[in-house]
Design a protein around this ligand. Structure first.
Ligand SMILES: [Zn+2]
Length: 199
């Protein structure tokens, strides 16, 4: 009798463990098998209650420690992406991949993208990818559901060289300048429609 109880207990423990290991995929809002990787689901739902900051400048400063032109460039690209894809801050409908040399100030762009879109590294809808030099910096954005085009936001080389290695005393001036410049002077946008995106 005791042996039977032990077997039953083992079965219960094992099945609970299997349940716990598989359950979080659903709890965390996995986008499931029909997509290329498992990240948070987008849209207006319980997983996406974030609100766009009223003071984006202050929010960058609070989160990142300072506001620099690389932050603001990321913020501008994020805002342009929301507009181009007709979505809203914090809805998490976009996948954003930031291709930069993995060192500051270049990587500061990523935090600008966080504040500019609501996407985050922890949700897997903002990712960093390494390029070998400033010449190859770009941000690649598409819809998580795979529909529509892929947009490549490529900063202008003349502008990147203008903000490369900014001095601390120049940060505010360069940041204000970046927030006021025309998008065309900051980056160009190219669209591609890959075959896998046709649905
Ligand atoms: Zn920085």
């Amino acid at each position: 009798m005791r042996r039977i109880s032990l077997v039953v207990a083992v079965i219960i423990i094992c099945s609970s463990a299997i349940g716990i290991l598989t359950y979080p995929r659903y709890v965390l809002g996995s986008s499931e098998e029909d997509h290329h990787f498992v990240g948070a689901v987008g849209g207006e739902n319980e997983y996406n209650r974030g609100q766009a900051p009223e003071d984006w400048w202050g929010q960058i400063e609070q989160m990142h420690g300072h506001v620099g032109p690389w932050n603001v460039l990321g913020w501008r690209i994020g805002q342009a992406a929301l507009r181009e894809f007709d979505t809203k801050w914090g809805r998490h409908e976009l996948d954003v991949i930031c291709y930069v040399p993995i060192k500051t100030p270049y990587s500061c762009m990523a935090d600008g993208l966080v504040i500019g879109t609501g996407n985050t590294i922890g949700r897997l809808d903002l990712r960093l990818a390494e390029v070998v030099s400033l010449d190859f910096i770009h941000v690649c954005i598409r819809r998580k559901d795979g529909t529509g085009p892929i947009l490549i936001f490529r900063p202008k080389q003349t502008y990147l060289r203008h903000i490369d290695a900014p001095k601390p005393e120049e940060l505010e001036k360069l940041s204000r300048e970046c927030s006021n410049m025309a998008e065309n002077d900051l980056f160009e946008v190219t669209r591609t429609m890959p075959s896998e995106a046709k649905k």
